[in-house]
Ligand binder design. Structure first.
Ligand code: SAM
Length: 289
């Protein structure tokens, strides 16, 4: 039996609902409940949403689906805010994955909050997390860089700005530009720097390809990849000697919950430094021995 709207089943507000990035069954039970009960759904791609609802037997029973994307956000926001002001529940979905993650929604969430409405997360799939979970690169700290600029000069400037990030870098990229991105990354971080190219996650041609930046650049030149791509790059900071302030900040964070000894171990490992060097700094910072 198709699930139908139940109106009062949900607390009022805006629900930010994650949907699958590939495999249609990667949707949470709560996401289906919210999509079945919301008074209206704002969707980046209404066709994709209708297909998903159909696959999961969620009926609309006259409830509206409003298109909400980058090109019509300004025009659509007043309608969504009016529905919220009238005490209705609205679900926001993007074409795939989690709304706002390289997808529309930020301005709407901000406006809804400013108007005093509750915004509820309905978490689920996102390509950035799916890729991190299988890449085999450190995940204790990561930086989501999104899409790098398309123009070569801007892209190189953007990559230079990431040189001191003390964590795994995560990029979304189109198959058309992945080779240029890999070439620029190799120039910035070195040919032998480790990376993992993930493709079509949770889909039929899912692929996870580890390699050096130079090897991945060559591979994508030889055989241009197809489909959706997340590229992960090992932390650049391991390549450069961090200054004392960076080390102290890293130690401070570790010392909040670890002993001095464990904090030193963690920071030395993270930056690829001798324990002794980090220990000297830690002595001045207190913490449990
Ligand atoms: N909101 C989505 C999320 O939570 O991941 C991302 C939307 S963004 C417009 C689309 C990009 O996400 C693609 O170009 C690709 O880089 C990445 N992506 C989405 N689905 C993917 C998948 N199944 N496998 C690999 N990358 C994917």
């Amino acid at each position: 039996m198709a699930k139908q709207a139940n109106g009062g089943g949900l607390a009022p507000g805006l629900y930010v609902v994650a949907t699958p990035i590939g495999a249609a069954r990667d949707i949470t039970l709560r996401a289906l409940d919210v999509l079945a009960a919301a008074d209206a759904i704002a969707a980046e791609d209404t066709r994709t949403l209708r297909k998903l609802l159909g696959l999961h037997g969620v009926g609309l029973a006259g409830r509206p689906i409003w298109a909400y994307h980058d090109r019509n956000g300004t025009a659509q926001r007043p309608r969504i805010l009016a529905a919220l002001a009238a005490g209705q529940t609205v679900a926001l979905v993007s074409e795939a994955g989690t709304p706002l993650i390289s997808d529309p929604g930020y301005a709407l969430i901000r406006a809804a909050r400013e108007a005093g409405h509750t915004v509820h997360p309905v978490p689920g799939p996102s390509a950035v997390i799916a890729a991190l979970s299988v890449a085999g690169l450190p995940t204790d700290r990561f930086f989501f860089a999104g899409f790098a600029p398309a123009a070569a000069a801007a892209r190189r400037r953007f990559l230079r700005g990431l040189a001191a990030v003390p964590g795994t870098l995560v990029f979304y990229e189109s198959p058309r530009r992945i080779n240029a991105l890999l070439r620029d990354l190799a120039e910035q971080f070195g040919n032998d720097h480790r990376a993992v190219l993930t493709r079509e996650l949770t889909k039929r041609f899912e692929d996870v390809m580890p390699g050096t930046l130079a090897a991945l650049a060559e591979a994508t030149e030889r055989t241009p990849p197809k489909g959706e791509i997340v590229l992960l790059v090992d932390r650049p900071a391991a390549e450069t000697a961090p200054d004392a302030a960076t080390l102290r900040a890293a130690l401070d964070i570790e010392l909040v919950q670890a002993s001095r000894r464990d904090a030193v171990d963690a920071v030395a490992r993270r930056f690829g430094l001798p324990r002794r060097q980090v220990y000297q700094l830690a002595l001045g910072l207190g913490g449990k021995p």
